[in-house]
Ligand binder design. Structure first.
Ligand SMILES: [Fe+2]
Ligand SMILES: [Fe+2]
Length: 195
């Protein structure tokens, strides 16, 4: 008798930490590609492709600033505050960065628009803001990974995790899914190739 192929066991649902890890990797890949663009811009070897950049910045705006960071504030950070005071200083810093991030992104978008038909000064300003933004955001992710995630693992109980897991499962990264291999990868390669 022929054996039927084995049915793989169902995968356990993703936890909030799985999702945060995947989203951080996606964002880090985007920020890394943006960072690589800075030097050629500064040397005036390239003019930014406004469509590519606008898409990338819209990705950060619609995904990170609207879903990822607010859910950290509302669910993960709040639960952690309920269990320990140890995390307070780092959570204050990260929440401040969440609060000012959208305005920094707006300023970056404004600088991008001014490069259209603008002069070298406009390119310099865009390069300056791009570098500061990419560097600041990458550092933000690093602090969350290195300080907040270990504390969350240490202090939060299985019952604390239930609403956090549910909140993070309720949205989808519009470009990537989990991981950095989605369609925006093509856009990012285009941006890097142009650089
Ligand atoms: Fe964050
Ligand atoms: Fe985060």
């Amino acid at each position: 008798m022929r054996r039927l192929p084995a049915i793989p066991p169902p995968r356990p649902p993703l936890t909030a930490l799985d999702i945060i890890d995947g989203e951080h990797r996606s964002l880090a890949a985007v920020l890394d590609a943006l960072g690589r663009y800075v030097e050629p811009l500064r040397q005036h070897r390239v003019r930014p492709d406004c469509d590519v950049f606008a898409t990338i910045l819209a990705y950060i705006e619609t995904f990170a600033d609207r879903f990822h960071h607010p859910k950290e504030d509302e669910f993960l950070f709040r639960a952690l505050r309920g269990r320990t005071r140890e995390a307070d200083p780092v959570l204050r810093r990260l929440q401040h960065e969440h609060a000012v991030g959208p305005a920094e992104l707006e300023a970056l978008k404004g600088a991008l628009l001014r490069t259209r038909g603008g002069g070298e000064r406009d390119l310099d300003e865009f390069a300056f803001r791009l570098e500061a933004y990419a560097r600041g955001q990458a550092e933000h992710l690093r602090v969350e990974d290195d300080l907040v995630v270990p504390m969350a693992r240490r202090f939060l109980t299985p019952r604390d995790w239930e609403p956090i897991d549910a909140a993070f499962r309720a949205h989808r990264d519009p470009f990537f899914g989990i991981g950095a291999n989605g369609p925006i990868g093509g856009l990012m390669r285009r941006a890097v190739a142009l650089a």
